[in-house]
Design a protein around this ligand. Structure first.
Ligand code: SF4
Length: 378
């Protein structure tokens, strides 16, 4: 990457979705202006700290639902970021949003403030499935949001979709994919539903009230997506991400390359100089720390060189291009083939990884079971 990334977390949503394990909570109705004030204060501290003298290549305002803030608040936040930090030429500036929280005026303001990429949490084009997920928007609102985004001048749009949903058939999934493709986004992120502990879906599954499609059906859905998107000119560049040529997400590429990034806001994670820092997730505790002039994290984790090396291999293998062996050696003085001993030849014999003298990568066969394969290299 051509510079570190900056991530800003907005931890509020209209309602909590049934599957959500992110740091987000229902919009409190009052008090969130204080959150933005704390964020601006942290921004100022970070710009004068690690951010000083660095040129950032990307900004990602994510959540939660950043566009839950109406009016000029988000655009002002973007302007603040642009002014306080130094940037490479044409940085990528992404705003994450949910379809029923975007207005034409707010999008135009954010576009004018420098946002050049919009990531829409669509998840499905079936109203029945959206309801089952606990989403607070409809498929029509998703289509309208795309139209508003184009009218506001966004030429780089991502749509998030999820498959493997309770009650979802292959036909449902095909229809959602076709509906997404009809909107001609530059980028698509397709996630398999993951039922995480602590979520309502987890409780429903424990109670036998969450019936998911069988593994074979889910694998078929993944394959269907792969074929359909390839036929429409998208290239898969990461396990879950597809882009038209030139539209891979730079912010996420930096993350998968285990590059440095600064995370601001409640629950945000920073990673630089071998350190991993996580801000306190509850917004009130985060705000209290910041307004008291304290760092928003309680303690940091220092990664050993080897731990960082393994992380770089595992994150890098998420990308279809795999990891560059020379870059890895230059950064760590280590070679994965020597480091992992017989593990990689064994995975190669099973047809799950491949390598030459330049790169190491997961094979197409490994992609549906990538997490299991990668867990062997942790
Ligand atoms: S919109 Fe996203 S972050 Fe918010 S509750 Fe739903 S899944 Fe979680």
């Amino acid at each position: 990457m051509d510079g570190p990334g900056l991530y800003i977390h907005i931890p509020f949503c209209r309602t909590k979705c049934g599957y959500c394990a992110f740091d987000s909570q229902p919009w409190p109705g009052e008090g969130p202006e204080d959150y933005l004030q704390a964020l601006l204060q942290e921004l100022q501290q970070a710009a004068a700290g690690w951010g000083q003298g660095r040129r950032f290549a990307s900004l990602f305002v994510g959540g939660g639902t950043p566009t839950i803030y109406r009016g000029p608040a988000l655009a002002e936040l973007l302007v603040n970021c642009r002014e306080r930090f130094a940037w490479v030429e044409n940085p990528e500036i992404t705003l994450e949003c949910n379809p029923n929280t975007v207005t034409a005026d707010d999008l135009s303001r954010c576009r004018a403030a420098g946002a050049n990429r919009l990531s829409l949490g669509v998840q499905s084009f079936s109203d029945r499935l959206l309801k089952r997920l606990g989403r607070s928007h409809t498929a029509t609102q998703a289509r309208q949001a795309v139209i508003k985004a184009r009218q506001a001048g966004f030429a780089n749009l991502n749509l998030d979709l999820i498959y493997g949903l309770p009650g979802q058939t292959s036909t449902d999934w095909r229809q959602s994919l076709q509906a997404a493709l009809a909107l001609e986004p530059e980028h698509l992120a397709l996630y398999e539903l993951s039922v995480e502990p602590g979520t309502p879906f987890h409780a429903q599954r424990t109670a036998g009230k969450l019936v998911l499609p069988e593994d074979d059906r889910v694998a078929e859905m993944a394959e269907l997506a792969n074929e359909l998107l390839f036929a429409h000119g998208y290239r898969r560049y990461e396990i879950s991400n597809y882009a038209r040529p030139g539209f891979a997400c730079r912010h996420n590429l930096n993350y998968w390359e285990n590059g440095p990034y600064l995370g601001l806001g409640a629950g945000a994670v920073s990673s630089f100089d071998g350190l991993r820092l996580k801000n306190l997730p509850p917004p009130d505790q985060y705000q209290a720390r910041i307004t008291a002039g304290l760092p928003a994290f309680l303690e940091g984790e220092a990664l050993s060189l080897e731990a960082s090396f393994r992380e770089t291999v595992i994150l890098g293998l998420r990308m279809l291009a795999g990891v560059n062996l020379a870059a890895l050696h230059e950064r760590y003085g280590l070679d994965p083939l020597a480091y992992y001993g017989p593990a990689l030849p064994r995975l190669k014999a099973q047809g799950l990884v491949d390598y030459d003298h330049l790169r190491l990568w997961l094979t197409a066969r490994a992609l549906p079971v990538a997490n299991q394969v990668l867990s062997l290299l942790v």
